[in-house]
Design a protein around this ligand. Structure first.
Ligand SMILES: Cc1cc2nc3c(=O)[nH]c(=O)nc-3n(C[C@H](O)[C@H](O)[C@H](O)COP(=O)(O)OP(=O)(O)OC[C@H]3O[C@@H](n4cnc5c(N)ncnc54)[C@H](O)[C@@H]3O)c2cc1C
Length: 389
């Protein structure tokens, strides 16, 4: 079987599928880990990320499930690869800069409590006792003790090693141009690379992130409605070493994620600009504007990198995982802001689908065909209603 795309999703799925005994080839147009996953901050934050509404609740369920899998996933990955993946179980503080933020944070606190989530409201002095680098002007904070972080670049390095060790055939510089279907367009026969090489396979998993829909050959009904959402993000380093912050800090318009070694990730813009990957001065300004006010000490940090990534967004911000109406074709993309968080769960779901042992309820929430079904219902409100004799 083939997996198209060697990001965190493609590699985690390839590893699990190979562990289940299937023969796997992974096709990556660049080198494994060269896409969005290496840009990500690495927050594992289902509680801080939860949004209002039905789609938000579904995403929360997926996020909590995957977050609970991360400690064992990281241990297994570290043992099998010999690479530490930088899992920091130090929790998250969501902070308010001004009175407007504080009112919003109170609303968010009530919402999370109503969902039974682990979150505590802290006065500014309590938050500053936990993180003394926070500015005295801070208004209020929420503490999410179970929202942790990991270093995605270390995870990618570890995944590449374990994939190879598990027997995955990793083909770098192998861009897939199209999916090849049988004459009736009802089942997959393989893929065709950009140079015309045909790679036959009865099963193909599409994990090409925001570029997934650029792959040709799929019937419209099998589309997954994925679009790129640009994010700019700064990598900073404290020349004095670690210790400025120990927890992930989130605030209106951004976040700061500490690593073990004195590095920090300051993210991220959210921009609808298609496949544009240009870093901009406006992006840097947006990142530093509030962060500098909340943690004045970041002015002393050295700038190591300004990176740009494209999140694979979907109309409801939930991923698309599972079969797509064409026999043998499976989607694993659309993870938007949570692909690092959702990698262990996605890998398990994909391995389940391919092994014929799928968890239906979770897969239904991620169904690749849900957007077409919603569009059809909107176009024809009578569709789906029982016929009246
Ligand atoms: C700034 C930023 C911050 C983020 N922070 C977080 C965070 O803190 N926590 C979190 O959970 N998520 C975060 N995300 C989201 C996360 O990065 C993504 O959801 C995740 O990386 C998606 O993984 P992927 O494997 O689907 O995509 P990718 O990592 O992009 O992998 C897709 C791969 O497919 C390859 N490819 C594309 N087209 C083809 C083709 N035709 N043939 C062969 N190969 C192809 C690409 O080269 C790429 O390697 C962040 C994203 C951004 C941009």
């Amino acid at each position: 079987m083939l997996i198209v795309g060697g990001g965190i999703i493609g590699m985690a799925a390839a590893w699990r599928v190979a562990q289940a005994g299937l023969s796997v080839t992974m096709l990556e147009r660049d080198t494994p880990g060269a896409g969005t996953s290496r840009v990500a901050a690495g927050m594992l934050a289902p509680v801080a990320e939860v949004e209002f509404g039905e789609a938000g609740r579904r995403a929360l369920e997926l996020g909590l499930r995957s977050a609970a899998m991360w400690p064992a996933f990281a241990r297994e990955l570290e043992t099998a690869s010999g690479v530490s993946v930088g899992l920091l179980r130090t929790g998250t503080l969501v902070v308010a800069r001004d009175d407007d933020d504080a009112r919003e944070l109170d609303r968010q606190h009530e919402f999370r409590r109503s969902l039974g989530l682990a979150v505590a409201r802290l006065r500014a002095s309590q938050a500053r006792a936990l993180e003394p680098a926070l500015a005295p002007t801070l208004r209020l904070a929420l503490h999410a003790p179970e929202d942790h972080s990991v270093d995605p670049r270390l995870v990618l390095a570890a995944l590449e090693r374990v994939c190879v060790a598990a027997g995955v055939q990793v083909r770098a510089h192998a861009p897939v141009a199209r999916v090849q279907l049988d004459a009736g367009a009802s089942s997959v026969e393989g893929v065709v690379l950009a140079d015309g090489e045909r790679v036959p396979a009865r099963r193909v998993v599409l994990a090409a992130g925001p570029w997934s829909e650029l792959i040709e050959g799929m019937p419209r009904s099998a589309g997954a409605s994925v679009r790129p959402v640009k994010g700019q993000i700064l990598r900073l380093r404290d020349p004095a070493g670690p210790g400025l912050l120990t927890r992930v800090l989130r605030f209106r318009g951004g976040y700061l994620v500490p690593r073990e070694d004195g590095a920090y990730v300051l993210g991220a813009t959210v921009e609808e600009r298609g496949f544009d990957l240009a870093p901009t001065a406006g992006g840097v300004y947006e990142l530093l504007r509030y962060a500098h006010e909340l943690v004045p000490g970041i002015s002393e940090l050295h700038v190591e990198e300004l990176a740009v990534g494209l999140r694979p967004g979907t109309p409801d911000n939930a991923p698309v995982i599972g079969p797509a109406g064409v026999d043998g074709l499976v989607w694993a993309t659309g993870h938007y802001r949570n692909g690092i968080l959702l990698a262990p769960l996605t890998a398990q779901l994909v391995a389940g689908v391919l092994g014929g042992d799928a968890e239906d309820r979770l897969l239904a929430a991620c169904s690749p065909t849900r957007f077409q079904a919603a569009a059809a219902a909107a176009a024809d409100p009578a569709a789906g209603e029982p016929a009246v004799a």
